[in-house]
Design a protein around this ligand. Structure first.
Ligand SMILES: [Zn+2]
Ligand SMILES: [Zn+2]
Length: 276
């Protein structure tokens, strides 16, 4: 196993830096990420308020970028005014995506018909403002895929840019390949490091490296061996290391390729360093 140092140039493509878990030491967390080689962090909104906070964090820290959107858990909170405000936020130069959006039939915190309607509105918003989407799916993959299949056909006439990413992907290899064929990337988080989780490891093995993104989804989902602790963007290197092991590649190769992929999807993403 090779040594992991600050020579890796990594991107944490999905973090929740607005979470109250970071209230005591947010600046240190972002600084530690830079020291660990994480040159950019995409902090992702889950409702209008957290989307606004994401944008404020992106304004405050050069290495932080934002995605704005309403999570399926929070779909019930969305009003017409929410979509108006989200559209406004999308014009901010550091807002790189609409997300996280999707369907969550595991926890069903908002009624399913409301989740579908809010997902739909935000797919339309992303198409309108020409931003990629960050998709959340849990126990809803077939519904999500059915909708994305249709959506990708609607988009195809407009551009040949990748359309988005299925974050913290929990489906099987077949579903991953189908998503890639539609123009989506696959993002892997902490579960790929869990030795009892066979499916994300199989996906990491099968999916071409240049279709993969890395993420922490912090403060949740700490990778092995930090499970149960608060997660943070610096830990994305543990995900890179695990994927390197699975694919029998160097961590440097995994970092370089996934970072290039993140920049292909989020075109305005720029990497900072501790020497900036
Ligand atoms: Zn999610
Ligand atoms: Zn998330």
């Amino acid at each position: 196993m090779s040594h992991l140092g600050s020579h890796l140039n990594l991107v944490d493509s999905h973090a929740h830096l607005d979470a109250s878990a970071f209230d005591e030491d947010r600046a240190e967390v972002i600084g530690r990420a830079l020291e660990a080689g994480v040159g950019a962090i995409l902090t992702v909104g889950t409702d209008l308020e957290s989307s606004r906070t994401a944008v404020a964090l992106a304004e405050a820290y050069p290495s932080v970028f934002a995605a704005v959107g309403v999570h399926p858990h929070d779909a019930s909170s969305a009003t017409e005014e929410t979509f108006v405000q989200l559209r406004e936020l999308c014009h901010h130069p550091k807002v790189l995506a609409v997300g996280e959006i999707g369907l969550d039939f595991y926890r069903d915190l908002s009624p399913r018909d409301v989740q579908r309607r809010v997902f739909e509105r935000q797919l339309a918003l992303a198409a309108e403002v020409e931003k990629p989407v960050i998709i959340h799916q849990r126990d809803s993959l077939s519904d999500v895929m059915e909708r994305l299949e249709q959506w990708s056909k609607e988009q195809a006439v407009k551009c040949d840019q990748p359309l988005g990413v299925l974050h913290c992907f929990s489906g099987d290899v077949q579903a991953a390949e189908r998503a890639i064929a539609l123009g989506f990337y696959i993002s892997l988080a902490g579960p790929v490091t869990y030795l009892n989780a066979k499916r994300p490891a199989a996906v990491a093995q099968a999916v071409p490296l240049d279709r993969l993104l890395l993420e922490t989804d912090c403060p949740y989902l700490s990778p092995h061996p930090l499970r149960g602790k608060r997660n943070e963007p610096a830990n994305v290197r543990l995900i890179a290391q695990r994927i390197a092991d699975i694919k029998a590649l160097s961590p440097e190769k995994v970092a370089e390729t996934t970072t290039a992929t993140a920049q292909r999807l989020f075109t305005e993403l720029k990497l900072g360093s501790t020497t900036d």
